[in-house]
Ligand binder design. Structure first.
Ligand code: GLV
Length: 325
């Protein structure tokens, strides 16, 4: 029997490759994302594709691959995949939720602390040789402990951030994305978007990117925020309007931002946001621990294998696809 053909769009952790190797023929891409022509060429013969969030998997891609039985994205987010197009073609789409929750919450907290206490500026100050003495007014920032944290989207990752915030004695308010039991257990109060913007000292974004959330944090939203507010985004760059963010940071309408994600990615080296001391940007590292990336690769491979067997995917984002069968 011929082995099924899997196209893995980019190099990924061995943990996932090892699971697929024994029973599948693998085409594995390079470290960098494939260009569109390479993607279309390599997927044409594939029975399954294991993609990363850098690949746009749309109707054109699906249509050049007549044997495609499953799309498995090694990410919890799946805004790079046109889900309706997959569903209408009967293709289940898998993602990797759960395994990256705590690791991503860790980085959201790291960004909150770093942006609030100005750690990148402070490090530069020392390395540039400016540290002459202790000074009462040197590099003053915002306190995290005891502050109000507004969580936009109290789903899995938002809840993990809230658990950490409890240890910092923060008041937690949230808008969107939770069941009431989880919120009650965390002591998080539901509120309107306006209240969240107006009352939060820290705002942490944990909502998926969808047409409804695109540029949800815009000039109007910044105008409602406190001048001491710190905005943290570990979800998707497109949720924040970058021009409005620049204006808000430059004019000190808000105090600081910590971004793990940008629009576009990668951010251009000439982007004006990179000129601001109060904007900390890291290159989409939310889930980037050795252990978590191995778990994501394993889960993505398990989704592939289930899809090839015709079984329900362990983590399927379009379960309605099974109603069509
Ligand atoms: C990373 O951003 C992910 O969606 O897993």
């Amino acid at each position: 029997m011929t082995k099924p053909h899997i196209y893995i769009t980019r190099n990924m952790p061995q943990a996932g490759i090892k699971l697929l190797e024994p029973t599948c023929t693998l085409t594995i891409g390079a470290d960098l994302p494939p260009d569109r022509a390479t993607l279309l060429k390599n997927i044409a013969e594939a029975d399954a594709v294991l993609s990363l969030l850098t690949e746009t998997i749309d109707a054109e891609v699906m249509d050049v691959a007549p044997n495609l039985k499953v799309i498995s994205n090694m990410a919890v987010g799946y805004d790079n995949i046109r889900i309706n197009d997959a569903t209408s073609r009967g293709i289940p789409v898998g993602n990797t939720p759960g395994v990256l929750t705590e690791t991503t919450a860790d980085i959201a907290f790291a960004l909150m602390l770093s942006a609030a206490r100005r750690l990148p500026e402070a490090e530069r100050y020392v390395k540039d040789g400016h540290w002459k003495t202790w000074m009462p007014s040197l590099l003053l920032g915002q306190d995290l402990h005891g502050a109000t944290l507004g969580i936009l989207g109290l789903g899995r990752i938002g809840q993990a951030v809230a658990r950490r915030a409890k240890g910092f004695n923060m008041r937690i308010i949230y808008h969107g994305g939770s069941d009431e039991t989880a919120a009650r257990e965390l002591g998080a109060e539901a509120c309107t978007m306006e209240t969240l913007l107006e009352q939060s000292d820290f705002i942490s974004i944990h909502t998926p990117l969808m047409p409804e959330t695109h540029h949800m944090i815009d000039a109007e939203a910044f105008a409602r925020m406190k001048s001491t507010a710190v905005l943290v985004n570990t979800a998707r760059g497109g949720i924040v309007d970058p021009k409005a963010l620049y204006d808000a940071l430059k004019s000190r309408q808000i105090a600081a931002a910590g971004l793990d994600v940008t629009e576009p990615e990668p951010i251009s080296p000439d982007d004006p946001l990179l000129t601001l001391d109060n904007c900390l940007i890291i290159p989409h590292l939310g889930s980037s621990s050795v252990a978590t990336r191995d778990k994501m690769a394993t889960l993505a491979a398990e989704n592939v294998l289930a899809g090839l067997r015709g079984d329900r995917l362990p983590h399927c984002v379009n379960p309605e696809v099974y109603d069509r069968r």
